[in-house]
Design a protein around this ligand. Structure first.
Ligand code: GDP
Length: 595
C-alpha cells in the first residue's frame, strides 16, 4: 500500500519571489486547484486543513479559500471575470428601488372538520379569474385567485402541522394565516394549537368563522372564546379581524378575501421581480413520465424556463413550468406558485430553490448544501443544557418552552411559575401549552422554534418520540413541579452545562508507516467499528496515549474516503502527529450531547 500522490511529487511549489498571477473561478475542485498550483491535491488538502476546512479531492471550494491557498504557494490570485464575480452571492443584490408590492401567501389552519378544505375549495371555485373558467384545476400544492385585480396565493395543504413542518426546515413562506373556526363548534384544542403555531411564526391571523349557514351557528360566542384565549377580535378592542363565512353557501367569501388583501397591504409585502428567482419548494413528487416535479412558491425575482437552479441538495434546468391550471408558463414572478420540471432529483418540501449562473455553480452549490445539511444534522440538537450554554455565552436571549401536562390545572400552575423566571436580558417564552401527551405537532413546533418541551406527568406519543429523536428535540419529563422550576431557573441563569459523552467509533491498528510530503501517514487495518474522516482520534501505544487530535486524511487504496469500516486497510493521517510506530492503535471517537 502506498499513499503517495503522484502529483505531490511533481513540480516544486513556486516561492513568493516568483509571484505570478493566477486566475481562479468562483468554485474550483481541490484536484483542479492542485493542478493549477502544480502541487497536487494532497498539498491543497493540507493547506485547507490549516484553515480549518476538511475537503476531499473532488470537492469544490469557493474563490476566497482557493485564493488563500494559492497565496500560500506564492501566487497572486485574481477572480475570473473580475472582482464582482467573487461577491458572496452576486445574484442576491436587492435593489431597494425595484421592489414592488407582491401578492400575499396564505395558509388555512384550524381544528379538524371545521371546514379548512371546504373553504379552500370554495374560494378556488368562486374566484377562478375571468377567462380561466372551464380550466381544470390541478393540485400542485398551491393556487392563486384574483380579487379586484389583486392576486392572493393560497397554500393548498391546510393545517398548522404542514405549516410548522416547513418552518422546522427553515422555510418561511406564509404571510397570513386564516384560522377557520366552526360557528357551531367554537374554539377547540386544535384551534388553540393553530393560534400558537401562527404566533410562534409571527404570522398575522385572520379568523374565518365558518358554517354560519347552520342553525346552531353562534359567531358571537366564537369571538368571545377567541378573545378569552388572547386572540382579541376587533369588536372587543383588539386587532384581529373575524369574518363570518360559509364554505357551503359561499356567503362572506368576498369579505374574507378583501380582508386578506387589507392585511397584506398593512404588512407591506414587497419583492423585486427584476432579479434571478429565489423561492421555496412546497411539494414535490416523482412523476412516472415527467420525472422529478416540484411546486415552488417564487419569493423573490422571476423564475423563467431555461433557468439553472439549485433546489435543496439537487439541481437542474427548468425545462417547463405549469400553473395551477396545468397551463405552461414562460415565467413566474414573486408569490406565484408554479410546478417545475427539469430537476435531477426530487427535493424536499421546505427546501429553498435559487437561480444560479451556470450548471457548474448549481452542482457545486447543491453539493455544498448537502454538506451543510449533514453538518447541521449533527449539531442541531436544542437541549435545555445547550440553550443554557448559549444564554451563558450571550448568544441567545430566549428560552422557548412548550408545556404539556396531565390536567389544565397543572398546565396553568407550571405556566405561572415559569413565566416570572425571565431575567432582564433573558426571556422565558412559553410558546404553547396544553393538557395531554406530547404530540408530533408539539415536537414540530419545538423544532421550528428552537424550543424545549416540558412534560409534566404525561408521556410522549410514540410518533412524537420518534420525531423528537430525528429532529433532536429535548423532551424533559417531570413528576415534581419544584424540580421542573429549578431546572428552568438554572438554565435561564446560564448555569446548566451541556453534558457530553464520548462514543467510540472504532479502532485501527498501525501496520506500516508511509512518508508523504510534509509528514507521515499510518497504514492501518481497521479491526473494529469504523473510522470517519471527521473522527476525533487517540493514538495509543500499549496503554499510553501518545496523542489526541483528529483525523487529517483518510484514504482507501488511493481514494479519499468519508469513512472506512472494519476489515479494511486504509491510510490515516492524524492532525499534528506523525511519529507512528507499527503496533500503535488509532482509536476513533466522537462526542455527543447526553439526554
Ligand atoms: P377540515 O377538516 O377542516 O378540512 O374540514 P372539511 O372541509 O373537510 O369539512 C368538514 C365537514 O364540514 C364536511 O362535511 C363539510 O361538508 C362540512 N362543512 C364545511 N364547511 C361548511 C359550511 O360552511 N357549512 C356547512 N353546513 N358545512 C360545512
Amino acid at each position: 500500500m502506498t499513499d503517495q500522490d503522484p502529483a505531490a511529487r511533481g513540480a516544486p511549489a513556486p516561492t513568493a519571489t516568483q509571484a505570478k498571477t493566477l486566475t481562479l473561478p468562483r468554485h474550483i475542485t481541490v484536484r483542479e486547484l492542485g493542478e493549477l498550483l502544480h502541487v497536487g491535491g494532497v498539498e491543497v488538502i493540507k493547506e485547507l486543513m490549516k484553515r480549518g476546512v476538511m475537503a476531499a479531492i473532488n470537492q469544490s471550494v469557493e474563490y476566497e479559500l482557493a485564493a488563500a491557498v494559492a497565496g500560500a504557494y506564492g501566487f497572486e490570485p485574481q477572480p475570473e471575470g473580475g472582482a464582482a464575480a467573487t461577491a458572496e452571492k452576486p445574484l442576491e443584490a436587492e435593489d431597494a428601488g425595484q421592489v414592488q408590492a407582491r401578492p400575499p401567501v396564505v395558509t388555512v389552519m384550524g381544528h379538524v372538520d371545521h371546514g379548512k378544505t371546504s373553504l379552500l375549495d370554495a374560494i378556488r371555485e368562486t374566484k377562478v379569474a375571468a377567462g380561466e373558467v372551464g380550466a381544470i384545476t390541478q393540485h400542485i400544492g398551491a393556487y392563486q385567485v384574483e380579487v379586484n385585480g389583486h392576486k392572493i396565493t393560497f397554500i393548498d395543504t391546510p393545517g398548522h402541522e404542514a405549516f410548522t413542518a416547513m418552518r422546522a426546515r427553515g422555510a418561511t413562506v406564509t404571510d397570513i394565516a386564516v384560522l377557520v373556526v366552526s360557528a357551531d363548534d367554537g374554539v377547540m384544542p386544535q384551534t388553540l394549537e393553530a393560534i400558537d403555531h401562527a404566533r410562534a411564526a409571527k404570522v398575522p391571523v385572520i379568523v374565518a368563522i365558518n358554517k354560519i349557514d347552520l342553525p346552531a351557528a353562534n359567531p358571537e360566542r366564537v369571538k368571545q372564546q377567541l378573545t378569552q384565549h388572547g386572540v382579541v377580535i376587533e369588536e372587543y378592542g383588539g386587532e384581529v379581524i373575524a369574518v363570518p363565512v360559509s364554505a357551503k353557501t359561499k356567503q362572506g367569501l368576498d369579505d374574507l378575501l378583501e380582508h386578506i388583501l387589507l392585511v397584506a397591504e398593512i404588512s407591506e409585502l414587497k419583492a423585486n421581480p427584476d432579479r434571478p428567482a429565489e423561492g421555496t419548494i412546497i411539494e414535490s413528487e416523482k412523476d412516472a413520465s415527467r420525472g422529478p416535479m416540484a411546486t415552488v412558491i417564487v419569493q423573490k425575482g422571476t423564475l423563467r424556463v431555461g433557468d439553472i437552479v439549485v433546489a435543496g441538495d439537487t439541481s437542474g434546468k427548468v425545462k417547463a413550468m405549469f400553473d395551477d391550471k396545468g397551463r405552461r408558463l414562460a415565467e413566474a414572478g414573486p408569490a406565484t406558485p408554479v410546478e417545475i420540471m427539469g430537476l435531477d432529483s426530487v427535493p424536499q418540501a421546505g427546501d429553498t430553490i435559487a437561480v444560479v449562473v451556470d450548471e457548474r455553480t448549481a452542482r457545486d452549490e447543491a453539493e455544498a448544501r448537502a454538506r451543510q445539511t449533514a453538518e447541521a444534522a449533527q449539531t442541531r440538537a436544542v437541549t435545555l443544557e445547550s440553550l443554557s450554554g448559549e444564554i451563558a455565552a450571550g448568544r441567545t436571549r430566549d428560552l422557548n418552552i412548550v408545556i404539556k401536562a396531565d390536567v389544565q390545572g397543572s398546565v396553568e400552575a407550571i405556566h405561572d411559575s415559569l413565566e416570572p423566571l425571565s431575567l432582564p436580558d433573558v426571556r422565558v417564552s412559553i410558546i404553547h401549552t396544553a393538557a395531554g401527551n406530547v404530540s408530533e405537532s408539539d415536537v414540530m413546533l419545538a423544532a421550528a422554534s428552537k424550543a424545549i418541551i416540558v412534560a409534566f406527568n404525561v408521556k410522549a406519543d410514540t410518533g412524537a418520540r420518534r420525531l423528537a429523536e430525528s429532529e433532536r428535540v429535548d423532551i424533559r419529563h417531570y413528576q415534581i413541579i419544584y424540580e421542573l422550576i429549578e431546572d428552568i431557573e438554572k438554565a435561564v441563569k446560564g448555569l446548566m452545562q451541556p453534558v457530553t459523552q464520548e462514543v467510540k467509533d472504532g479502532h485501527a491498528e498501525v501496520r506500516a508507516i508511509f512518508k508523504v510530503r510534509g509528514g507521515r501517514i499510518a497504514g492501518c487495518y481497521v479491526s473494529d467499528g469504523l473510522v470517519r474522516r471527521n473522527s476525533l482520534v487517540r493514538v495509543l501505544r500499549g496503554r499510553e496515549v501518545m496523542h489526541t487530535s483528529r483525523v487529517s486524511s483518510l484514504r482507501h487504496l488511493k481514494e479519499d474516503v468519508r469513512e472506512i469500516t472494519n476489515g479494511l486497510e486504509c491510510g490515516i493521517g492524524v492532525e499534528k502527529f506523525d511519529a507512528f510506530q507499527a503496533g500503535d492503535v488509532i482509536e476513533a471517537y466522537h462526542v455527543e450531547q447526553k439526554g
